[in-house]
Design a protein around this ligand. Structure first.
Ligand code: TRP
Length: 328
């Protein structure tokens, strides 16, 4: 709790009855925090949270950068890679949806992991591919990154878009760099093709995941599927990890149906859906079948530490079962 308080800063003691000071893109109802549960094979599930440190306006780059430094100092984090690319993603006049997000993974062994997220569209949507390419170059990942920033890259009928650029903030060879790409209008066979760029991906797993979690959806043309390519410092010519994200809230009629699909997925991966049910009970202010949105995304990670992760909306400001404005 102390950690969450550190991350949220003064926003942590705001009442949810007050209007949100800034419409965060972290969650659909603009709550600046999102929880997730990661189910790893034969390990205890990990609790994680993603936070947008609230700042009074969009020109928050400097404030949040200072905050990253404070976290690094307090928790002994490594900022060398952050410093190498921050100048690219934190312009004086940001044009993206956010400046910096922070996430923490609570590890069973007490060595919590911190991550930071940048917005590739910080200098405008059209400059995102060049920005991502430049950042990968600065981190010595130019060759490995070529697969995800090549002009012809992407499986769907419409161009792919860069969504996030993320860095692990711990020192050492397992500290990752991640590039998130949205595949507008893609289907299971399309994403299956994207995983060919990643040797560690399990053939067939991405398409199967889409079919199960997407409830047989042929094309994901509401909110897009996302690919996350993950790089380690010594990755030669391809990313070493791949994660597929499916925005289940757009492709399930209600949260009960979403929960049942995720429970099946967890069981197939040797995990216990009880933990998910406990988490859903603790965030739900309503019956699961009365709305949709409590589970925002479900993801499947391949490569190092394979996992299924479930992202939970806190619906702190508003639940999808009530009309906008029902709770201010
Ligand atoms: N709310 C944003 C979205 O829906 C960002 C986001 C929050 C997100 N949690 C996520 C994206 C988990 C992917 C996975 O895109």
């Amino acid at each position: 709790m102390r950690l969450l308080h550190d991350l949220l800063g003064s926003a942590g003691s705001r009442s949810v009855a007050e209007p949100a000071p800034w419409p965060s893109f972290v969650a659909d109802d603009h709550t600046p925090v999102e929880f997730s549960l990661s189910f790893l094979r034969s390990e205890r599930p990990e609790l994680r949270f993603l936070v947008e440190r609230l700042a009074p306006d969009v020109n928050a780059g400097r404030a949040t950068r200072w905050f990253t430094e404070q976290l690094a100092h307090r928790y002994g984090l490594a900022l060398d890679r952050f410093d190498a690319v921050a100048g690219l993603f934190l312009p004086a006049q940001p044009r993206g949806r956010f400046s910096l997000w922070h996430a923490v993974v609570l590890r069973a062994d007490g060595r919590h992991h911190f991550k930071v997220y940048f917005d590739p569209t910080a200098r405008g949507e059209d400059r995102a591919p060049a920005l991502v390419a430049a950042a990968l170059e600065r981190l010595g990942l130019g060759a490995a990154g070529r697969t995800v920033v090549a002009p012809a890259f992407g499986p769907g009928p419409r161009p792919d878009r860069f969504m996030f650029f993320s860095l692990d903030l711990h020192a050492g060879p397992l500290s990752r760099t991640k590039v998130y790409v949205a595949h507008h209008g893609a289907g299971p066979a399309d994403v299956e093709r994207t995983t060919r760029a990643v040797p560690a991906a399990v053939p067939g797993a991405a398409a199967e995941f889409c079919r199960l979690v997407g409830g047989g959806q042929g094309r994901f043309d509401a909110r897009p599927l996302l690919s996350c390519y993950s790089f380690l410092g010594d990755d030669g010519d391809s990313p070493s990890g791949y994660t597929l994200y499916l925005p289940i809230r757009d492709y399930a009629p209600d949260d009960k149906v979403a929960r049942d699909r995720v429970a099946t997925l967890l069981e197939r991966n040797g995990a216990d859906p009880m933990v998910l049910d406990r988490a859903l009970n603790s965030v739900a202010h309503r019956p699961l079948a009365a709305g949709v949105g409590l589970i925002s995304y479900v993801s499947l990670r391949m490569g190092l530490r394979p996992a299924v992760t479930v992202y939970l909306s806190s619906e702190a400001y508003r639940t999808s079962a009530e009309p906008a404005g029902a709770r201010p």
